[in-house]
Design a protein around this ligand. Structure first.
Ligand code: 2BA
Length: 149
């Protein structure tokens, strides 16, 4: 069992190329920093995702927005202030601390980051958004390697 696991580890760390796992930008649901919160909530509900990337006008990564971040920003002292959906923009509610990775990062780095994050944003050195890497695709690749050996 141990030699098998060692062989799997060696193959994953040497062969696995995260570029093949990236969901490209044109297939990723996203919003822009200046969009009203209402638009972001609609995109989140229609797509079914919990959280999606936020981009600036030049298609660079700015942050991420989620249903819970929107609910937090609507919360007043005693009730939800629904007017804020139209008044506030995504910029006011987004989280700028986004897990990000370069397209030529190692599989090992992607795996470590995906322990704590359901998806990683893939950006180039100018912060231009390339796509996302999901925990599902990382686990899928590990499963494929496991079953091949
Ligand atoms: P969640 O939205 O919390 O989704 C968790 C998992 O539930 C997803 O894991 C996927 O297995 C499933 N799932 C949720 N919504 C789905 C849908 N509309 N179609 C198919 N499967 C769905 P992952 O696929 O590993 O995705 C991890 C996270 O990456 C998602 O978390 C979401 O925040 C983001 N994500 C994935 N694909 C996306 C896309 N095309 N656009 C924007 N964000 C995406």
């Amino acid at each position: 069992m141990i030699p098998l696991l060692n062989a799997l580890k060696d193959r994953l760390l040497s062969d696995a190329d995260i570029k093949t796992l990236i969901i490209p930008a044109d297939k990723v649901a996203h919003v822009q920093v200046g969009n009203p919160l209402e638009h972001a909530l609609l995109v989140l509900i229609k797509s079914g995702y919990t959280a999606i990337p936020v981009l600036d006008e030049s298609f660079r990564l700015s942050g991420l927005i989620s249903k819970s971040l929107i609910l937090d920003s609507l919360l007043g002292v005693e009730n939800f202030e629904m007017d804020r959906l139209a008044e506030q923009s995504v910029r006011d509610a987004m989280n700028e601390d986004v897990p990000r990775i370069l397209p030529d990062a190692t599989f090992s780095k992607a795996l470590s980051l995906s322990i704590n994050h359901p998806f990683l944003c893939v950006v180039d050195q100018h912060r231009s958004f390339i796509g996302i890497l999901t925990r599902r695709s990382i686990l899928g690749l590990i499963s494929k390697y496991l079953h091949q050996h």
